[in-house]
Design a protein around this ligand. Structure first.
Ligand code: FAD
Length: 616
């Protein structure tokens, strides 16, 4: 009897962990891992219906490394912007884009949820739906994991780690540095040897490390993981053919081909993300071998000169990284850095980057891009000349560079999706128009999440959070609102720049813009130069925390932090905003000493002090 109760208890426990609603959204590449199912685990609700379909769902063959890979494989890998075809990229592709793949055949007669797109938004919505018992599937046109895994957050942060190490190393090879540390070849300290030390950068190795770590993370976004969670994956391009059907245009096929699967849905989610914006009014640009985030992480040689067009988050993160590696970097900005962000923060970050050798030109208008030399092979770099007018020079100037990085923002992927057939309204560059429930304003059975949506923050955790909202609203009659989300955003330069804000809706509950805060506010500011931890770390001389409250109250409406670890510090303010904790509450929350987070508390203490009773 006791044994029976024990088994019952263990089975309940196992079910609790397996069936708990996923919180896997911050990064589908990390937090999903906690709920991995094993072969002998009890079935997920979705697997009860799906098990018969699974056997026919996927068959694949493995990618081959160069030089054994075929020319077709190499062409395909390049067209997917994954290069070189080394062991790490082969491992990545084997997870997120099977070379040959048999789509589930036949598809289910009808799906509760069909998701188009396999980035953060698509992965979380299809998997969470499956884990909650829905018949769901996801259509992946290119690489599962989307921008974040393959050409965004993951590779960029891997490079930033190495860049920071280079800067730290440079600090200790300087003679008489303040840390009292020097490095010699023998491992012993000696001033004479230290004088001769240099920090050298092995760029191919840095890129190899990035590829290795990206491949390490990839399985969580891979097709096999989706299978194990009970959602089906289709490889191909999803196109609406009516308000309730989607055709999967299989690779190498045309729309309408007889063999293309047709998926019938009760609800659909568009999660097609975005692509880099490329202006069409700069002569010579379209023909030039420019770089975007899609090709940047395939570089095999460090460019001697890099010109960055744009001065937003991607531009500044990569400008700092490549300058640290030794490239001569020039950032071309039309107005100012982080044009919609805090001016003081932008200035502090600009000063830091300038000290590290990044050059900034402002008021720039690019007149022409000339290709001087194309790259002769994949490992080679091209040469271009960028002719421009700017505020700093009366005459037009030209900048030669081996890498011209376009980082001018994103265009939503809404083309060729058959949105007209589905009756889904959209803006051609901003994206799908949704209401406060993340639902299409024109077709109530269609929802949209992530970078393909108009007027939302374009961030991985935003895509994931929207996916949770959609699963609840579409499948469980939920009323979760985007306007209730408090969304932190971080630029991972050093120092980091973090902000937090809300989604805004109009009087008809339609999403209108990310942060338009015209309310009158009180500003509380704490400078990190007075923070003991920052002093002991010798960092953060220009850093600060700035918390904005509704005028005359402690209600927090926004925050800007410039500091190392700002990305960690901002989470406290997001929590306070989400749960209506006032600035007084933040000030009364005890913070460990010495921590950078004390600066957040410092703003709260200012608020408390401004209302102190005093003795006359
Ligand atoms: C360099 C860089 C660094 C970044 N760093 C960060 C960071 O540190 N933190 C952060 O939060 N955000 C970061 N971002 C932003 C983040 O990458 C995106 O917000 C996130 O990837 C958006 O996820 P998504 O699912 O909406 O779209 P995506 O990741 O773009 O995924 C969309 C998917 O849909 C597929 N697709 C498109 N059309 C179709 C179709 N018709 N049929 C089937 N599939 C289709 C695409 O192939 C793609 O796989 C960064 C972005 C860049 C460019």
């Amino acid at each position: 009897m006791t044994m029976v109760i024990r088994l019952l208890y263990l089975s309940l426990l196992a079910n609790f962990f397996l069936l708990r609603p996923t919180t896997c959204f911050v990064s589908p590449v990390t937090s999903c891992t906690a709920a991995t199912t094993s072969g002998s685990s009890p079935l997920l609700p979705s697997q009860r219906w799906q098990i018969t379909n699974m056997s026919s769902s996927s068959s694949s063959s493995q990618w081959n490394e160069s030089p054994t890979s075929t020319s077709e494989e190499q062409t395909l890998a390049k067209s997917l912007s994954i290069w070189p075809l080394d062991t790490y990229n082969v491992n990545l592709l084997n997870e997120v884009r099977h070379k040959q793949y048999t789509n589930p055949n036949p598809p289910l007669p009808i799906y509760d949820l069909v998701v188009i797109g396999a980035g953060a938004g698509g992965l979380v919505s299809s998997r969470q739906a499956a884990r909650r018992g829905a018949k769901s599937c996801m259509i992946s046109a290119e690489l599962a994991g989307g921008d974040c895994l393959n050409a965004g957050c993951v590779p960029s942060k891997a490079l930033l780690r190495c860049a920071k190490l280079v800067r730290e190393a440079k600090k200790i090879v300087v003679q008489d540095n303040e840390y009292g540390i020097s490095v010699t070849n023998s491992g012993k300290t000696s001033d004479d040897d230290a004088n001769q030390m240099n920090v050298s950068v092995d760029f191919p190795k840095i890129m190899e490390r990035m590829r290795k770590l990206r491949a390490h993370i990839a399985p969580v976004d891979g097709h096999a993981r989706g299978d194990s969670l009970g959602t089906q994956t289709f490889q191909g391009r999803g196109v609406f053919t009516s308000p309730s059907t989607i055709e999967v245009v299989e690779h190498g096929q045309q729309l309408g081909a007889e063999s293309n699967p047709i998926l019938h849905f009760r609800k659909a989610v568009i999660a097609t993300g975005g692509r880099p914006f490329v202006p069409d009014n700069i002569p010579g640009l379209k023909e030039a071998p420019y770089t975007t985030n899609l090709s940047l992480f395939n570089l095999q040689q460090l460019p001697k000169r890099m010109v960055v067009l744009g001065a937003g988050v991607v531009a500044l993160e990569m400008a700092q990284a490549f300058a640290s590696f030794g490239s001569e970097v020039t950032v071309l900005q039309r107005s100012r850095l982080l044009s919609r962000g805090d001016e003081e923060a932008a200035e502090a970050i600009k000063q830091t980057l300038e000290k590290e050798g990044v050059k900034f030109l402002s008021g720039v208008s690019v007149n022409e891009v000339t290709t001087i030399k194309e790259a002769t092979n994949n490992d080679d770099l091209p040469l271009m000349s960028v002719s421009l007018s700017c505020a700093e020079h009366t005459e037009p100037i030209s900048l030669d560079c081996e890498c011209l990085l376009l980082a001018l923002g994103r265009t939503a992927n809404v083309d060729s999706l058959g949105l007209e057939s589905a009756g889904v309204d959209f803006h051609p560059s901003k994206g799908i128009l949704v209401n406060d429930f993340s639902q299409s304003v024109s077709n109530p059975d269609v929802y949209a999440v992530g970078d393909c949506v108009s007027d939302v923050f374009r961030l991985t955790h935003m895509s994931g959070e929207m996916a949770k909202v959609v699963v609840q609203n579409a499948l469980f009659k939920g009323q979760w609102r985007l306007s209730s989300l408090v969304v932190p955003a971080v630029m991972y330069t050093d120092p980091e720049y973090a902000t937090v804000g809300r989604i805004h809706v109009d009087e008809n509950d339609n999403v209108v813009s990310p942060i338009e805060n015209n309310e009158e506010v009180d500003v509380y500011k704490a400078e990190l130069q007075h923070n003991d931890r920052a002093i002991l770390d010798s960092s953060d001389k220009t850093s600060f925390v700035k918390i904005l409250c509704k005028k005359g109250t402690g209600t927090i409406v926004g925050c800007t932090i410039v500091s190392s670890r700002a990305g960690e510090m901002i989470n406290e303010v997001s929590l306070a905003m989400k749960h209506d904790i006032s600035l007084e509450g933040v000030g009364r929350n005890i913070h460990s000493y010495p921590t950078l987070g004390e600066a957040v508390m410092g703003c709260g203490i200012q608020f408390i002090n401004s209302r102190w009773e005093t003795m006359n």
